[in-house]
Design a protein around this ligand. Structure first.
Ligand code: ADP
Ligand code: MG
Length: 408
């Protein structure tokens, strides 16, 4: 059996016309001899009647204190509705298909409601249905705990569902269908001349996704990578082959490909970041200051990023939505945090930039030319990050994209 996993995001299943395009992709897979396992997200985005954010709004309007377990039950409804509509659409076209929820599909997770991790997949039922020549439609974004509670997998969770199923079923390929042609050198909503990447390594796309390229979730890529299952990111609305994500370094029947990761793969951005600074001289007992701060943040479940510790100050960033809580905690500890709201993180990502001199200089040159102030910066062997004002974010992304000639 040649199994293919086809995942369709919210923007691909929102309207009847879009769902017709989805069905076309499924039918072509059947005609090519594949047994398709279809994973769907909820229909549409915030404001649409059956979108997940709309459901969240229903209870948030009543109380801000709605429990996480119950929230996951509510949040899992969007995918169920979407899958039901997809099964109905397939049936109307004469294709036998059946609907499996996360539980039915054997997706077992931990108990971390709202952002659960898949711990194992029990794919027996899917195998049996495929053997019966049924098209299996699985609700994305959800699983079940060993105790039987429904969980959701966090933002981008349907990508994770698709990749976990791909690995568990040993699929030939995992297709992530979305509203763009594939993975690009930057978010096409910001950079007009962003270029489609025909192939990327798991490594490259993981870095891009971690730094904000939301076209695929990094956890999903990490799962597919475990078994080297090729992933294609492509458009529901065109016939373009899209981007192939695989381990280019590995050999296959066509020979061994020895291409390396490129110098710069792409530019990404994460908006809505707050920078917090605590000056050592304003603290009565500066010994172990950073330890006290980061322990307190960890205890409160606040994830910190962009950490710089110097003898003069401790500097870090948090997500905007966690800023108020972080500041409160620091003030309660008698610190005087200096807070800069409205920042954004812009990253130059390139798995091949390790050890190559001049990349930072090129970044500074591009941003300076645009009159954009770098508020903080940091690097790893694959990424250079700059913190900028939120209002400079789009301009910074465009300037960097141009500087590294990624549109050519
Ligand atoms: P879906 O609903 O299909 O899951 P998403 O909104 O999660 O779709 O992801 C697709 C979007 O990702 C695109 O519309 C695009 O704006 C955005 N995006 C951000 N960075 C990139 C990138 N580097 N390449 C392609 N798309 C990107
Ligand atoms: Mg998505």
């Amino acid at each position: 059996m040649r199994i293919i996993v086809q995942k369709f995001g919210g923007s691909s299943v929102a309207s009847p016309a879009q769902r017709q395009q989805v069905v076309k992709k499924i039918i072509s897979a059947v005609q090519e001899g594949y047994s398709p396992v279809v994973v769907v997200s909820a229909m549409g985005r915030k404001g649409d009647p059956y979108a997940t954010d709309t459901f969240i709004g229903l209870v948030k309007e009543i109380t801000s204190d709605y429990p996480a377990r119950e929230m996951d039950i509510l949040m899992s409804c969007g995918e169920i509705i979407s899958a039901a509509v997809m099964v109905a659409t397939l049936r109307k076209m004469g294709y036998e298909s059946c609907l499996l929820t996360g539980r039915d599909a054997g997706i077992i997770t931990d108990k971390n409601f709202g952002d659960a991790r898949i711990i194992k997949v029990l794919p027996q039922r899917i195998f049996e249905l495929l053997q019966e020549k049924k098209i299996v439609v699985v609700t994305g974004f959800q699983g079940v705990t060993e105790d039987g509670d429904i969980t959701t997998l966090g933002r981008g969770g349907s990508d994770t569902t698709a990749c976990a199923l791909g690995v568990a079923l040993d699929a030939e390929v995992i297709d992530i269908y979305t509203d763009v042609e594939g993975i690009m050198t930057a978010d096409p909503r910001i950079v007009e001349d962003a270029k489609l990447l025909d192939t990327v390594t798991y490594n490259e796309i993981c870095q891009l996704a971690h730094q904000g390229a939301k076209v695929i979730h990094p956890r999903a890529v990490e799962i597919a990578m475990q078994k080297n299952i090729p992933v294609r990111v492509r458009s529901t609305f065109s016939d373009h082959p899209g981007t192939l994500v695989s381990n280019l370094g590995g050999g296959n029947e066509l020979g061994t490909d020895i291409r390396n990761d490129r110098l710069v793969t792409g530019i990404t951005q994460i908006p809505n970041i707050t920078q917090i600074r605590i000056l050592t001289r304003e603290v009565s007992e500066p010994a172990g200051l950073e330890l006290k701060i980061f322990k307190a943040m960890a205890l409160a479940g606040i994830s910190v990023d962009f950490i710089n510790v110097t003898p003069e100050a401790v500097l870090f960033t948090v997500k905007e939505e966690q800023a108020e809580k972080a500041v409160q905690i620091l003030q309660n500890m008698n610190f005087i945090p200096q807070v800069r709201h409205g920042c954004a993180k812009v990253s130059v990502v390139g798995a091949g930039m390790a050890g190559i001199p001049g990349v930072m200089a090129a970044i500074v040159e591009a941003l300076t030319r645009e009159g954009i102030q770098i508020l903080q910066s940091s690097d790893s062997h694959t990424t250079i990050w700059c913190l900028v004002e939120r209002e400079d974010m789009e301009r910074a992304v465009r300037a960097l994209h141009q500087q590294f000639k990624l549109g050519q």
